[in-house]
Design a protein around this ligand. Structure first.
Ligand SMILES: [Zn+2]
Length: 213
């Protein structure tokens, strides 16, 4: 699997294009907006976009979903069902943050623990990591030790929990009990900012370091 990060929206959200090297089938994770830039990346890489994967339904991650799905006939997989209220609230989110108007959508598939998503010959494991939003999921590609974690964990920080149905203790538990046990060596693409590894964050992230045992 190959990937290309495409920062989108005024929040510089790390939308990521993933593709299968064998078949060129591709998926886009969290197309929050700036669809022209996403489509340009698809064309430049010469891949065939097949589906949209969502970690959670905040506007900067999910805002371009309805338009892109409609235009290209893409299936939508994710986030977890508990983020449905955020999807229904996308029009209000777009107003609040000064984004272009967006439509709501209905995912073709809600995701939960132990689910898998696939495109071409690539399979990603799904892990439910609530706390930032209740239905937040992350995607993990075991063969290349790469995870896409949305707004659960950042280099040196963690996701905000001051939005409706966010919860700090739940987020810390998701990170400690579900994310980090995947392995220190795993590289991750966060929803914002630079990449890091789970091991680096386990040792240095002030929000989680020293909170084991
Ligand atoms: Zn978010």
């Amino acid at each position: 699997m190959k990937y290309r990060i495409i920062p989108v929206t005024p929040f510089q959200q790390n939308c990521t294009l993933l593709w299968c090297e064998q078949t060129r089938a591709a998926a886009v994770v969290d197309p929050g907006g700036d669809l022209d830039r996403i489509k340009a990346a698809v064309a430049e890489e010469g891949v065939k976009l097949e589906k949209i994967l969502l970690t959670h339904a905040h506007i900067d991650h999910a805002g371009g979903t309805a338009a892109l799905s409609h235009e290209l006939g893409l299936e939508i997989e994710g986030p977890g069902k508990d983020d449905e209220f955020w999807i229904e609230g996308l029009p209000q989110q777009s107003q609040m943050f000064g984004f272009p108007a967006v439509d709501v959508f209905s995912p073709d598939r809600w995701l939960d623990d132990d689910d898998q998503v696939s495109f071409g010959e690539v399979t990603l494991d799904v892990v439910h990591c609530p706390g930032h939003t209740p239905g937040h999921v992350i995607f993990y590609h075991q063969p290349t030790a790469l995870a896409l974690v949305g707004d659960v964990l950042f280099q040196g920080s963690i996701g905000r929990t001051d939005f409706p149905r966010g919860d700090h203790d739940t987020l810390i538990r998701s990170i400690k009990e579900k994310l980090l046990p995947l392995g220190d060596e795993i590289d991750f693409i966060p929803g914002h900012g630079p990449m890091s590894t789970f091991g680096h964050e386990r040792q240095t992230n002030p929000f989680i370091a020293g909170r084991f045992g």
